[in-house]
Design a protein around this ligand. Sequence first.
Ligand SMILES: CCc1ccc([C@H](C)CC(=O)N[C@@H]2O[C@H](CO)[C@@H](O)[C@H](O)[C@H]2O)cc1
Length: 822
Amino acid sequence: SIQVEDDRSGLGIETLRRAIADNLFYLQGKWPEIATLNDFYMALANTVRDRLMPRWLNTIRNYRRSEVRVVAYLSAEFLLGPHLGIKLINLGIEELVRQAVADSGLALEDLLAQEEEPGLGNGGLGRLAACYMESLATLEIPAIGYGIRYEFGIFDQELRDGWQVEVTDKWLQYGNPWEIPRPESAVMVRFGGRTEAYTDDEGAYRVRWIPARVVKGVPYDTPIVGYYVNTTNTLRLWRAEAAESFNFQAFNQGDYYGAVDQKIYSENLTKVLYPNDEPLQGKQLRLEQQYFFVSCALQDMIRLHRGAGGDLRQFHQKFAVQLNDTHPAVAVAELMRLLVDEHRLPWDAAWEVSQSTFGFTNHTLLPEALEKWPLPLFGSLLPRHLEIIYEINQRFLDQARVHFLGDSQKLAQLSLIDESGERYVRMAHLACVGSHAINGVAELHSELLKQTVLKDFYQLWPQKFQNKTNGVTPRRWLLLCNPRLSQLITEHIGTDWVCQLEQLRQLEAYAEDREFQRQWRQIKRAVKQDLADHIQQTLNIAINPDSLFDIQVKRIHEYKRQHLNVLHIITLYNRIRRNPDIDIVPRTFIFGGKAAPGYIMAKLMIKVITSVAEVVNNDPQVCDRIKVVFLPDYNVTNSQPVYPAADLSEQISTAGKEASGTGNMKFSLNGALTIGTLDGANVEIRQAVGAENFFLFGLTIEEVQQLQESGYNPWDYYNRTPDLKEAINLINSGFFSHGNRELFKPLVDSLVYDDPYLLLADYSAYIDCQDTVGQRFRETDTWTRMSILNSARMGYFSSDRAIREYCQDIWHVTPISVQLKP
Ligand SMILES: CCc1ccc([C@H](C)CC(=O)N[C@@H]2O[C@H](CO)[C@@H](O)[C@H](O)[C@H]2O)cc1
């Protein structure tokens, strides 16, 4: 008898092919001959989704078991990237599906390319949250990610005449097969209004909050599949809807706008992601977004806990809640409101629970990125929370007063309320007071936190402070984005490295092996050729795959110093112009990254890159020895072919400014060598790969502080460094701007008169280091050995290692393997 597999779960190639055809017919409602590629993508996506459902529902069943402790990761951003590819890999069905799609007359690559990525984040912080969610599932840790389901994610970037132009990110226009709406789990969120004290039926003093507006929060669940495990955790993203989507009375009175204004107002709440990556905007809608998803999340957790028969006094034993920077920090006040006002726990008991529940991760030292809300705004939007924050502050300062013997200056510095001028609520302080653990994201950063922005808290609670150096998931950032290198690695050391990245160290044995070196080089060459073909097709720029691919991809920001990279390019260009026969190593400089729309200097940095590119790429004297490319719309999808293709990874931020970086890890993992400063995780990468396999340059954090204290005058460096002066003068002359001397004046002036990020001070060391890079690249075997050793020694920088540390030191949770019960 013919064995027919279940259409929904079967993994036979014929069953998969039939399931795709069925979903195309029944879900997309299309005949194959008229179906679009997107229809086939949707049909395939639903076919794959069916196959993860048993894991997902059995994992969810676990959450409800009272004895199961769950990690809740609260983040305003989750930069997930496309789903289909990583789900095929983590389910272990990639080759089966590739065959089934081929049997349907299509190519899997073409369907993968159809997916609109959910760009629900800006950069490092959002992507880290996504890597951590994937590692939590792979490590079989029960976890829920809580965030916002923005209707419009990070803008799409187009370059028009070399300038960034933002285009709305309509990621939901064709629907999203990877989410399930859960209207039955909606919760209500209040805003504005006033509070009222009253005595309850037990005669206890109580406060009620009479809101001005109520909005409905509707959750949408997305499965996060672990690698080769049954655990499939939930990412619960909240969408705002009108509590009353249509006001019939208003309509009857002919007030048609009134009938829907609530709907418009409410839905505006989760309409769009704020595209700022560091500079603060302090807009009311931003605070509303933060409070909205935090209240939804905490109400959801309390419902789950009580649903499992839990007592709220043990809430912290059920949930370990991590605050991903200060964006969800209002959670400290919201949990107190829910426990005290709604569930009538005594203040002290509630505070005990609250502090034991929260952990806080800081991701930036930039003063302009530390969130503080004007008191009037905060008080008018969240009147009850302000009262609670006053109470928390009172009790905290009483404690601090004892410790600091009434040092009022110190108390003012510690206070949750900044009383220095305009009055503000300091969200980082609220997070520190309300959490039992505070961590930075790289050793240097965590040290700087204790010495600078949070030093007073460190003095008060040294035991709370920890370091958790960032990590990246090897499933997306090696197995998925670099299948050829992954295969070479697996052929030599087996497959364990995918979940035990430390296993890569076994590659050290092959670092000098000539045949292995040849294969390693061949794969890098092939990946570079692919990127060259992509750039030729999409940007019509011909690049030489044998040139040194020198890549800097990350958000555009002055502290990341993309403009220092440009100064190197112009310096090389001037060398060629001075002596056209000069023998330089052919280089392809590749940039990518979005600028926050309101960040003028960052936008000017993009323009100077594209302007230099236009001149250098078309200058016959250069004759292709240098090419400069700005890859538009840098996002997760577009970054995946870039990390594997790099020879050189640019990590050149001013020491003390980049909290960690994670791109630096992705590059090294894929065999790129790093040119970088002693900043963020560069320090630990250099320690891991060996100083001899890392191109270090620049001022250390101590030297930066000394120079700034001793009075830094960039003009002196400009004057006494001929190559630097010539490069800056060339920009200033209008040479790259069709003679327009005004265009880049703001950039040049900021450098020669102010230079807050010390580019001019680091210029000479950078150029010298780049010359060393060029020489080393000529020594092919040496470079290949260094490249192999870089990959071999990146095991520590797996997000699995980071998550194991969070589980052990902050969340105190242990893995639970999921049984697939029918
Ligand atoms: C209020 C606007 C805003 C938005 C985002 C942020 C994030 C904290 C910025 C961010 O993404 N920081 C990056 O976080 C990464 C993950 O830890 C680090 O690797 C980067 O060094 C850090 O810049 C700050 C301020």
